[in-house]
Structure formats: structure tokens, C-alpha cells
Design a protein around this ligand. Structure first.
Ligand code: SF4
Length: 396
């Protein structure tokens, strides 16, 4: 996809509001700086993606052009609490999510403007806004539209969509709603363990009980495994771990081949990779950076709801690097760190986490993480390691 051609917002750089001299300096010094006993390493790609830049440019433009008018956002614009908090301070009201206004959709009037977030919105939400008669500005990332369009095609051709995504993520909820609206069916696979359960029922007819129990709330209404798994098409939420999406597709394909034979796959199986370029590049750049630097720690900065940020943390786990995903730089202290636990999804605290002596700390930042937040996290690690602010930063 050409990300800039014919796009009036592509040239508008909203990073200015969230730029950081420290992060810019790291970019200029080959993504590596040392102060005192701490060397900080960044991947060659990190932070705001093209889709986030574009969406925030559209929001800025809407605010500038509609002074005095009430503006709503259907949900979080992107998965970063600071950015959404800034929008709230600028007068934007939220219909859903953690910052939702109590009035919700009932509060929307004809003369209001409603913004669709970068992850898109469910069909029902769009219907309610249209019913209110409000003007809509749709900031949906064009990369998010790829799985949407693909699933509508699958539905038209009688294929059930297998979505590798997180069922509660706004993008996947929107995808599911579009499929249901188009009269199609879907199954949401969240992890490789799910794929095994799906593959068992795909590969040979049998008791669908375990499948139903595992996928309870991740199936389209009226889903019948005996009828709705005869022809399947794959898509993935744009921000999943690319290697896992490929593995999910491979296992589903193998199960279909077992059931119907290789020759029948052309008629019964479709695969379409919908991982976005920014997600893929950030994952690849982080994998390269940690392979080259062999860091003592990896700190991943970004919203706890951010799918692409969570998947960056998994890259650290896979390589056995002590990895902490933190939403706020204030989580970093000398003797403890607060971070998201990958299993429970809850914030937990780990003590005695910062190694003594000279250390290399790799940082990663999700596609919705502003440079300012990353810079604060880097400053906090220097502080926690006892490196004084006046110590000159030097490229090694
Ligand atoms: S991470 Fe990808 S899909 Fe999401 S907003 Fe950025 S470019 Fe678009």
C-alpha cells in the first residue's frame, strides 16, 4: 500500500506535539546513547506509525475547523491514555471506553461532529450516529480497512472468516460486526492454543462441545460448526504478532487439507495477510536491535490496551530477555517497577529488577506511544540507575 499517495493528511506531521529532543538525539546517534553506567538502545523503528500520525492530523484538523462545536469520539482515538487524555482536555467527549461521557450515544445531537477512531467502529455504533444525523469524520486507518474489505468479500463468497485477533479489541469488534452485518460468520482465534481446538473440529467431524466451550463468545450469532467451517478464509487484526498469525494460518490450512485433501483447498481455504506494515517493521526492528545489542533489560512503553505494544513485549519474552511493559514512566523506580503481567493482563509490581554495574537497556515503543512518553521513561531509568541528569550523554 502506498501510504502517502493522494492522501491530504499524509503530509501533515502531528508528531510536533509529542516530539522529544532526547529521542531525536538517539535517532541522530544511531539509536544508542550511554550515560554513566547505562547504555540505552532503541530499534530503528518505533513509536507513532503513519496511521496514528494521519488519524491525529485528522482530529487536529476537525478541532481547528469546528471551534465552538461539540465533538465526540466514538472510543479511544488510539490506545494511549496520555493522548486520549490530551484530547479530553481539548474538549473532545467520548462515547465509549474508559473516558466515556455518562450520556453516551443519547447525548449526540444533529449539530455535533462525531469522530470514528483509528481502529474504526462497530456497525451498530455507526448506525446510531447516523440516526442522530451528526456529521462524521472517519479517521479509520486504511490498513484497518484491509481486513474489513476482505471479510466482506469472504461473506459474499460464502466463506467463514477466521480472525486472528483479540476479541475485545476495537478493530476486531468492528470486523466481527461487519461480517455479521453482511450475513456471514466468523471465529476469533486469540492464541495458538485456540488454533488447536479449532483445528480439531476442522480436521475431522466429531463432538463440537470442546470447540463451543473454548470459543463461546468468539463466534458469530447462530454459528454451526457442522455447516460454517466447510469453507474458511483467514485474516488477522492488523497489529498481531506476524509470526504467530502465519502459524495460525498454517495450522488451519493443514487441518482443512486433512479433512478435504490438498486438491480441494483452492475451493475451501483462503489466506490473506492483513498485518500492517508499521506493525511488521516495528517487530522486525526490535528483533534486530535486541539480537545486536544483547540487552540486560527490555522496557516496552505503551498503553496496556495496545495490541501492537503487547506483541513487542512478547518478542523480548521469546528471547529470554527480562521484559517489562509499562504504560507510565512513573512506574520506573530504583527498587521496583510496575508493569503489565502478560498472563493476567493486570498491572503488577516487581522488586529488585534493576541489575547492578554497567547495563544495556533496550526500549521499544508501540505505534501509539508518543516520543515524549518514551523520553520520560528513558530519563527515569537514568535516575533509577543513579545517573545524574548533568552526566553528558555520549554515543559509545
Ligand atoms: S498500527 Fe498499523 S493499522 Fe494501526 S494505526 Fe498504525 S498503521 Fe494503522
Amino acid at each position: 500500500m502506498d501510504e502517502t499517495r493522494d492522501d491530504p493528511y499524509a503530509a501533515t506531521d502531528t508528531r510536533y506535539a509529542y516530539t522529544s529532543p532526547l529521542v531525536d538525539r538517539l535517532r541522530e546517534h544511531g539509536f544508542r546513547l550511554t550515560a554513566g553506567r547505562v547504555t540505552v538502545v532503541l530499534p530503528a523503528k518505533f513509536g507513532f506509525c503513519w496511521g496514528v500520525d494521519r488519524a491525529l492530523a485528522m482530529v487536529n484538523d476537525a478541532i481547528a475547523r469546528n471551534q465552538g462545536r461539540r465533538i465526540w469520539l466514538v472510543d479511544q482515538e488510539i490506545h494511549n491514555p496520555r493522548v486520549n487524555g490530551d484530547l479530553l482536555l481539548r474538549g473532545i467527549r467520548f462515547l465509549k471506553g474508559p473516558l466515556a461521557d455518562a450520556a453516551g450515544f443519547d447525548g449526540v445531537r444533529r449539530e455535533d461532529l462525531v469522530l470514528i477512531p483509528a481502529f474504526s467502529a462497530e456497525v451498530e455504533d455507526r448506525r446510531r450516529i447516523s440516526e442522530a444525523g451528526s456529521e462524521i469524520v472517519d479517521t479509520t486507518c486504511p490498513w484497518v480497512m484491509k481486513p474489513h474489505k476482505r471479510t466482506e468479500k469472504y461473506a459474499r463468497e460464502g466463506f467463514t472468516t477466521v480472525i486472528h485477533g483479540m476479541a475485545r479489541h476495537e478493530e476486531t469488534r468492528a470486523t466481527c460486526s461487519l461480517i455479521a452485518h453482511a450475513g456471514g460468520h466468523y471465529v476469533v482465534v486469540q492464541a495458538l492454543e485456540d488454533t488447536e481446538v479449532l483445528a480439531a473440529v476442522l480436521g475431522e467431524p466429531g463432538d463440537p462441545g470442546p470447540f463451543r466451550a473454548a470459543f463461546r463468545e468468539r463466534l458469530s450469532p447462530g454459528f454451526d460448526p457442522a455447516r460454517h467451517l466447510e469453507r474458511v478464509g483467514m485474516v488477522n487484526q492488523t497489529t498481531m504478532l506476524a509470526s504467530e498469525s502465519r502459524e495460525v494460518a498454517a495450522r488451519v490450512r493443514a487441518a482443512m487439507a486433512r479433512r478435504y485433501g490438498e486438491a480441494a483447498l483452492a475451493e475451501r481455504f483462503r489466506d490473506f495477510d492483513t498485518i500492517c506494515r508499521a506493525t511488521q517493521e516495528n517487530q522486525d526492528a526490535l528483533a534486530e536491535a535486541v539480537a545486536a545489542a544483547d540487552p540486560d533489560l527490555l522496557l516496552v512503553v505503551g498503553g496496556y490496551d495496545s495490541s501492537n505494544t503487547k506483541n513487542l513485549a512478547r518478542i523480548g519474552d521469546a528471547r529470554g530477555i527480562p521484559t517489562y511493559h509499562l504504560e507510565s514512566p512513573a512506574s520506573i523506580e530504583a527498587h521496583r517497577i510496575r508493569h503489565r503481567d502478560r498472563r493476567s493482563g493486570l498491572e503488577v509490581e516487581t522488586g529488585d529488577w534493576l541489575p547492578a554495574g554497567e547495563i544495556t537497556v533496550a526500549f521499544a515503543a508501540g505505534a501509539s506511544t508518543p516520543d515524549t512518553l518514551l523520553a520520560e521513561a528513558i530519563e527515569r531509568i537514568f535516575e533509577a540507575a543513579g545517573v545524574h541528569a548533568q552526566t553528558p550523554l555520549a554515543a559509545p
